[in-house]
Ligand binder design. Structure first.
Ligand code: G6P
Length: 369
């Protein structure tokens, strides 16, 4: 096992550090930026299904569901296809409306999650086209779906999902780009910009990992917290949910992810000097709005840990701590902002003496209901 950990103390840390490589492996051979195209066999062969789809329904559980939420923003923005993201366990039992013109995308690292598998079977019975995004090759979900795309993240051993999440987002971004290219409904220049920028993501993730030491220092300060709030907007709202899930899963600290603007409809009541609030406040997107959310937290004495774009000045003045990520097009920022949140939960869990790779009560793959 020590050899498998490759010198890292835990699988989770190893897998966090594998992300630059894993993301590269995910788009290798699919992203042909110099030719301005995306090639994905699973989509190319069934392109009509996607182009004629009334809507795309995404089903998943856990971290994969969060990747689905990011995909909702990307698909609607680039391909102008309505998207619904569903917990597989709710979808399968609520007599959902599914037609032959729907495309269902099932996202699953293991490809074995029972609820996701059941949702796929239901959608197939109703005549929908079912596409899988899995990591484990030859898994049940990979076999049950009509077509699919693997994430190529390599084996993920740590129960808390890390590289599976970022590679799922990468695959889903490629699919959205592919559909944008076919449909021609997205700005041509923006399309090429994202295509080119995707190629720089592995090195930007590498740079983001350099924040490890700062994150460790911050973890030391907040490791004994009983609660934690994660806020983000737009593409980074699902990242906030995922950050909170990571902390809950491995450190057993109660954490909640929220869309930053929703804070005033409830969570703001919880904010006091004991409450660490992690805010994703990168430059692109809703920066000014998030800055005003940060001011609201500050005026209630909340402790602010902000994820900001390199060189940020405004948030630095307001926050107790900042963690920088390289600048990126908004839709690609989740691939960067997620990294410090993974590291934060990792270090806090280690400092609290928790079993990082095998947290209590959790399983890597949930094959029963
Ligand atoms: C379990 C795992 C999570 C994972 C979820 C969905 O809860 O502990 O890490 O996100 O299942 O798993 P899947 O393999 O379908 O992505």
């Amino acid at each position: 096992e020590e050899i498998e950990k490759g010198g890292y103390e835990h699988f989770m840390l190893k897998e966090i550090y594998e992300q630059p490589r894993a993301i590269l492996d995910t788009y290798r051979g699919r992203l042909l930026a110099d030719q301005g195209i995306v090639k994905m066999a699973g989509i190319d062969q069934h392109i009509e299904k996607f182009l004629n789809a009334n809507r795309i329904i995404i089903v998943a559980c856990g971290t994969s569901w969060h990747a689905g939420l990011v995909a909702e923003y990307i698909f609607e923005d680039m391909a102008r296809i309505p998207v619904e993201v569903e917990y597989a366990s709710e979808f399968r039992y609520r007599n959902p409306v599914i037609t032959e013109n729907d495309v269902l995308i099932a996202i699953s690292q293991s490809g074995e999650t029972a609820d996701t598998l059941a949702a796929i079977k239901l959608a197939k019975e109703k005549g929908a086209f079912v596409f899988g995004v899995c990591n484990v090759v030859g898994s049940s979900i990979a076999r049950e779906t009509h077509a699919g795309a693997y994430t190529h993240a390599g084996p993920e051993i740590g129960v808390a999902s890390t590289k599976a999440f970022t590679t799922q987002i990468t695959v889903l971004t490629l699919i959205a780009l592919k559909l944008a290219q076919e449909k021609g409904v997205f700005s041509e220049s923006k399309y090429h910009e994202i295509l080119t920028e995707l190629e720089s993501i592995p090195s930007k993730v590498e740079r983001t990992l350099e924040s490890n030491e700062i994150v460790e220092q911050i973890s030391e300060i907040y490791k004994d917290s009983s609660n934690c709030l994660y806020l983000g907007r737009g593409y980074n709202f699902p990242v906030a949910l995922e950050g909170a899930l990571k902390l809950k899963e491995i450190s057993y600290i109660h954490a909640e992810g929220y869309p930053a603007a929703e804070m005033k409809h409830g969570p703001i009541a919880l904010i006091d000097e004991q409450m660490p609030v992690i805010v994703i406040a990168t430059k692109k997107g809703h920066y000014e709005k998030v800055v005003s959310n940060i001011q609201e937290i500050k005026s209630r004495s909340g402790r602010i840990i902000a994820i900001v774009t390199e060189g940020d000045v405004q948030v630095r003045e307001l926050a107790d701590h900042v963690i920088e990520v390289p600048e990126a097009t908004e839709c690609l920022t989740p691939l960067l902002t997620t990294i410090p949140l993974q590291l934060l939960s990792y270090h806090i869990a280690v400092m609290r003496g928790c079993n990082v790779d095998q947290p209590r009560n959790l399983a890597k793959s949930v094959t029963v209901e």
